[in-house]
Design a protein around this ligand. Sequence first.
Ligand code: 7TS
Length: 410
Amino acid sequence: MTASFDVHRIRQDFPVLMQTIGSKPLVYLDNAATSQKPQVVIDVIRRYYAEINANVHRGVHTLSQKATAAYEEARLKVKSFINAPSERQIIFTRGTTDGINLVVHCYGRQHIGAGDEIIISAMEHHSNIVPWQMLCEEKGATLRIIPMNERGELEIEAYKQLFSERTQFVSLVHISNSLGTVNPIETMIQIAHQHGVPVLIDGAQAVPHAPVDVQALDCDFYAFSGHKMFAATGIGVLYGKADLLERMPPYQGGGDMILSVSFDKTIYNEIPHKFEAGTPHISGVISLGAAIDYLNQIGRVAAMEYENALLDYATAQLADIPRVNLIGTAREKASIISFTIDEVHPHDIGTLLDMESIAIRAGHHCTQPVMQWFQIPATARASFAFYNTYEEVDRLVQAIHKVIEVFHHG
Ligand code: 7TS
């Protein structure tokens, strides 16, 4: 337990957490799906619309200048947050899914052809499978899959064997949303680079949980979502190495992504604007800046250590309950626990926990191949954030006992 982390004070910052559902205080354990928003993030969105709403990059008037300054200031905050070399390498997207699709569309379609191979892992979210499958279908390329073991850890020796002359790209999840596995991406990126192959990292679950340094990782692309890191929905970030981004064609055509347009010739804007066609999600971007300020203020490492301690506490208790099976027991894990209960469908677990005012997710978590690997239809998943408490873990454990009671002795 980290004594320096005052979770009860932190919780006061999140108005959603203050409510009761039915007669009991809400226990929100669905943070991997989306996180709650601190008051400072909510305030910044309200203030933007109440005081400075204007379009960016196009007006000489005061409000437009203020909106543009706030928008570009948020880009600088993201740059520092992930230690990117330059703000030119920070592209605002709709989220992780959009960032991955951008890379597939703008990099993949240029560099991947018939007979080529793309390596992904057995634990990818659908958003890091389906866009690559679509590209393979279009180009006649093939997906190669890094296998995992029964703990839900990727097999690094098998990964090394997957590389061939035809390997053009590696796309990997940093932290698995259904298993909680933290992948050794630094090593995996190095291995890909030894073969001259670029790597995209899906950081949707990693950025909310741990400090990320894109230069230390040396990844070529890194995608994540604002809504999972305490900012608004509909906003995300794609980081890319500058030389790759500069050589890539635009994603969509429209306003803001051009320097000049005539019917004879259009000249595209510089990065990152080349990839941000149309009016962006201005309030979302500003909310992301506020979420970053908030995370820096509470202390990223302290929050991560607290979450990890909470994970250990919850795992030890759940592992002790007869008929509960933990799915995903990697040695390196983040604060996500997937589980099943013998002869109880995960959806029934979710419904019964909801009756106890405990929000978890039940389903395949957009990782159907993971479910197929474990030969289960779905899991129940509790995912923690730094605002969750030990008391909430106790309530989860009690409620699971109750589910077992209902199904096995009822
Ligand atoms: N990659 C991972 C690892 C994810 O967990 C998710 C969303 C995505 C990509 C897609 O992010 P989006 O913001 O573009 O939708 N994961 C989940 C989840 O676990 N439950 O709901 C959404």
